[in-house]
Design a protein around this ligand. Structure first.
Ligand code: ZN
Length: 108
């Protein structure tokens, strides 16, 4: 079962685009909330709660993006698709699902 690197590359590029869109959306949502905003006290509390949730999502998305970019830069390396821990090939299905992962299911 040969790894179709072109296919994986396409997948990673699509995924990068998605995560980038998500990040710009989250950045919009995590802008500082100014106290003079004409929203009520309760909705201001809501806004602050949502903001910290969105900030957590933003950190996760940025982490994912950098992993995807690393994965993309390594697609044509000889050891791409090889588990960094057990050195066994990572099943193609898993690479397609999580291209940013460099470990097999057993080692992850
Ligand atoms: Zn492994």
């Amino acid at each position: 079962m040969d790894l179709d690197r072109k296919e994986v590359e396409k997948l990673i590029i699509t995924e990068i685009k998605k995560v980038e869109d998500n990040i710009s959306e989250l950045k919009e949502l995590t802008k500082p909330i100014s106290p003079e905003n004409a929203i009520g006290r309760v909705s201001r509390m809501d806004a602050i709660n949502n903001k910290s949730i969105n900030e957590a999502s933003l950190r996760k998305a940025e982490e994912k993006l950098s992993k995807l970019k690393v994965a993309r830069s390594k697609i044509y390396d000889n050891d791409f698709g090889i588990c960094v821990r057990c050195k066994n090939p990572i099943p193609v299905g898993r690479i397609m699902l999580m291209p940013q992962s460099n470990k097999c299911v057993n080692c992850a």
